[in-house]
Design a protein around this ligand. Sequence first.
Ligand SMILES: Nc1ncnc2c1ncn2[C@@H]1O[C@H](COP(=O)(O)OP(=O)(O)OP(=O)(O)O)[C@@H](O)[C@H]1O
Length: 533
Amino acid sequence: MPEVMWIPVIYVQTVSIGKALFQLAPSLLLLGFLLWTTKKALSGGAGGIFGQKKKTFKKFNAEKNVKVNFADVAGCDEAKEEIMEFVKFLKNPAKYERLGAKIPRGAILSGPPGTGKTLLAKATAGEAGVPFYSVSGSEFVEMFVGVGASRVRDLFKTARENAPSIVFVDEIDAIGKSRGKGKGMGGNDERENTLNQLLVEMDGFSTSDHVVVLAGTNRADVLDSALLRPGRFDRKIYISNPELEGRKDIFGVHLKKIRLAPSCDLDDLKGRLSALTPGMSGADIANVCNEAALIAARHNEEYVRLHDFEQSIERVIAGLEKKTKLLSPDEKKVVAYHEAGHAICGWYLEYADPLLKVSIVPRGQGALGYAQYLPADIFLYTTQKMLDRMTMTLGGRVSEELHFNSVTSGASDDFEKVTGLAQRMVLQCGMSPKIGTISYTIDRGQDMTKPYSERTAKTIDSEIRRIVDECHERCKNLLIEKADQVELVAQELLTKEVITREDMIRLLGKRPFANRNDAFDKYLAGKDEKGED
Ligand SMILES: Nc1ncnc2c1ncn2[C@@H]1O[C@H](COP(=O)(O)OP(=O)(O)OP(=O)(O)O)[C@@H](O)[C@H]1O
């Protein structure tokens, strides 16, 4: 009997454990998963459940053996000269200390994007042969309170331990914005804590800490004055977009990596390319060289040639050709007359920029047509130059008005440029007799109060309108007078889609003004004589 009794008991128990386990399995699995993911997240490993974690634990970039040096940074000689003092100090601090000289603690490198600020900072470390610790200001500002400040502490601790060294904080405006500005955007306390910690670290340096702090920004104007005090970032080095000679040198650096035809005259190529790229930054130039190589590779060419560079410059300026974007025949006609209007104005207005190419193949984001002009590096604009430029910019819309019953939305970008120029003439350049030689800031940020009376506001409005209307009238008269030429250019565009300066000369005769742009003259002369490389 007892034996008989045992069997069912054991049986019942076995069944109940198995069943219980079976019922608990989902909960156990969930618990295990939670434990595993939490551990991963806290250790900051890749794939942690909080995507932020990995970022939080990546403190800064460290490079001990920097290979970049001043030879890699072309065309900003003044900036290099200024920063050279840091190199000399880092290489031989004793020389300065013996004489009781205090070396500046840091420098702000400011300037437009892509002008080589990061590159210059790195090259400074490379020249001095010291480690380079870099971080971006925006990476400092985390969502967790106190993280930014602790990361600043860690960064400076490491830099001190490895001194002599250079710390580079890119986008310093992300933490160093003037403390009165940008309130109410959220996260300001964290930003201020981070900034304060940075100031504390810089103040805490003793002269024996051979650490130089460099910072990069596109907005030096918004920085907190506390940052710029002596003993902190007391050197300000401005790097502008390169001029003709600078661009030539930068092309020199980047063309080294490009496979050019053995017959190619490098000096001549650099001259032509720098003439074609006014306003471009060092980063744009690096991009042009790379794009040219990609274009050549796409066409299975053995070498990268001038026409590849010309295409890549167009691509960098106006975006990729969109051959698949089909315009209706009517739209194509409008674009052709619009571009022909610009082109004719550019040809017959003395101070307009010389034309290089007009196309009605859609490009980039929304551009249906495109005209490439060759602006010189100009530092001073005369009234006449500004008026000619505005008249030429209105050429597209005026041509539409003259040739069609209705106008299109295609000129909105042109209007923005024209209005902007007229505003500058009136508000800043003293080019309106009624406003006189007074300057009113155009961009006042969040400050909505106008620094002038209602009466002056009305005069400003009417002066801006007068200037734009006069340019419009002038443009209209010119395009009526040159209606036959507009027709010729528009028809040529409709047949060929792209026309060049040579086509314009064939259709219209030589431009009635000498080019005032030496680099351009040289480029054209070179091209006419030599043809392609
Ligand atoms: N003066 C220069 N000489 C050679 N190359 C340059 C120069 N300026 C820029 N470049 C090229 O452009 C790239 C980007 O430059 P860099 O990142 O230093 O610009 P930046 O001024 O720091 O830009 P941002 O303000 O956007 O941070 C460089 O890696 C380099 O290839």
